[in-house]
Design a binder for this molecule. Structure first.
Ligand SMILES: NC(=O)c1ccc[n+]([C@@H]2O[C@H](COP(=O)([O-])OP(=O)(O)OC[C@H]3O[C@@H](n4cnc5c(N)ncnc54)[C@H](OP(=O)(O)O)[C@@H]3O)[C@@H](O)[C@H]2O)c1
Length: 294
């Protein structure tokens, strides 16, 4: 069965490559971008329809866009919440507006898109929801809090969503990406920019992030062409995932993703070993069993 995908943020990077990978496997795709001119290369492709879509639009506009998208091929089977950007800056320097801007795209954009698509998936009891998360959701570094918090929040919300929709035969996956060689850290995209009123005490922290980004841009270990192939494997259960019935919620991509997630788990295990007695010392003496969340 061929599937119809709806993908956000297809003007560049992973989104753009994903459109081509989807069509190459025989599926069809509604490629969206906030600047539709950036989708020109797809216009003559019979497997692709294009649509202008800014994920930060109001819910009624997003609903109307999803309605338009549905009309393109008559169905939507897969939503890929890919649109995102990297915001940076230390807590004391970033404004509430900076934080909202980051969350409006990376968190609320994905939430609102999903809210628009869910009635469709719920009524026919099938569909796949993909969310592009990051190792930044597993590791917060100095001056990286805006991006990390948006992806941490996304992971928390999607974990709950997964629990809400699995009985409806809706597949939900968080793709936890390591560093992939796209334009995401380029000077006109995510490269850290200092606030207009820098606080000297944070110079070294900010500079460490900026220098790390400069040294990383264009040298990321992950190949985005391979990432999009694996993403199509996840949805179509192809390649090494051939015939795999139940995939987990979180799917790491990239050896650095495996490393960072593993380190976080090991650190958490050590922390629990060290502090379990201390933590348990706050229980009531007459504690009775209460329902578990799992
Ligand atoms: N590359 C990595 O190392 C990496 C690692 C972990 C996670 N990710 C995640 O992967 C996703 C794709 O990133 P990428 O590496 O492909 O970077 P990218 O080349 O910068 O692509 C980001 C895409 O998101 C779009 N976008 C941003 N704000 C938008 C909005 N309000 N509405 C619609 N589209 C919007 C951009 O469109 P414009 O051209 O209009 O800006 C662009 O098409 C992001 O969610 C990112 O956080 C990437």
């Amino acid at each position: 069965m061929t599937k119809v995908w709806l993908v956000t943020g297809c003007s560049s990077g992973l989104g753009k490559l994903l459109v081509l990978a989807i069509v190459a496997r025989g599926d069809r795709v509604i490629a969206t971008a906030r600047n539709v001119a950036a989708l020109k290369q797809f216009e003559d492709n019979p497997g692709v329809r294009t649509l202008q879509l800014d994920v930060t639009a109001e819910q009624d506009i997003i609903d109307a866009k999803v309605h338009d998208a549905l009309g393109k091929f008559g169905q939507i089977d897969v939503l890929v919440n890919n649109a995102g950007f990297v915001g940076s800056g230390v807590w004391e320097e970033v404004s509430h507006k900076d934080a909202l801007r980051q969350f409006e795209t990376n968190f609320f954009g994905a939430m609102n898109m999903t809210r628009s698509v869910l009635p469709l998936f719920r009524s026919r009891k099938s569909g796949t929801l993909l969310f592009v998360s990051s190792i930044a959701a597993w590791l917060g570094v100095g001056a990286g809090g805006l991006y990390s918090s948006s992806k941490f929040a996304l992971e928390g919300a999607v974990e709950s969503l997964h629990d809400e929709v699995k009985h409806l035969n809706i597949n939900t996956h968080l793709l936890v990406l390591g560093q992939f060689r796209t334009e995401i850290l380029s000077a006109d995209r995510g490269l850290a920019r200092r606030s207009e009123n820098p606080i000297p005490e944070y110079d070294a922290i900010f500079d460490a992030l900026l220098q790390r980004q400069i040294a990383t841009d264009g040298k990321q270990p992950g190949d985005p062409q391979l990432a999009v192939q694996r993403i199509v494997d996840v949805v179509r259960r192809e390649g090494v995932l051939h015939n795999v019935e139940n995939l987990p919620l979180r799917i790491p991509l990239g050896s650095d993703a495996v490393e960072i997630m593993r380190r976080k788990c090991e650190e958490t295990m050590r922390l629990l070993d060290d502090l379990a007695l201390f933590a348990k010392s706050t229980d009531f003496a007459d504690v009775h069993a209460v329902p578990s969340y799992r």
